[in-house]
Write a protein that binds this ligand. Sequence first.
Ligand code: CUA
Length: 200
Amino acid sequence: MQIDLIKQQCEQVVRDFLTQLGAIHVDRLERKWITISMLVIGLFVGIITIDAFFHGVNPPSKVETIDSASLHLNKEFAEDNLGVQVDEKGNIIIRMVAGRYSFFPKHIAVPAETQLTFRWVSMDVLHGVHIPMTNMSTMIVPGYVAEITTTFPKPGDYPVLCNEYCGLGHNHMWSNISVIAKEDWTVPAKFPAKGATNNE
Ligand code: CUA
């Protein structure tokens, strides 16, 4: 009995709603713009869907796997291999480790107006990295290497912030990157003595 009554009331509410909706006057121009905005949204969703399914476009993480528990034993992310390096083709590669609660190495210097490839890994839990004014914004998922190519437009100190909650110290997890003028930048002294990119 009670259920029938509720059902009837619900039906009445839906009927009223539809009647009211039908009675709303939508101007022709408004209708036109609603259609255009729906088409634009449809186009964007379509592009994302096609990229995701057919071109294999994924977030930058979750592509290359790594054992987060043994980073110190891993040649590429061993402690003295972190930071800025230049490979044999002249590409600048920066290897960084995120861990509660900092980014390591604590301080690096890179040239402005130069393409830089950052390779981020986590040594413990999920972190994020965000450098304002650049395209650097990604999750650093344990077990995966997040590789991002970026360019710093002008010299200065850029903050590096963790943007995924990673524990009580999350809001203290940040560091700095010094971006110096292209002509003043020199390859770090420890290169080419060490590095996974060298022939040893
Ligand atoms: Cu690391 Cu939040």
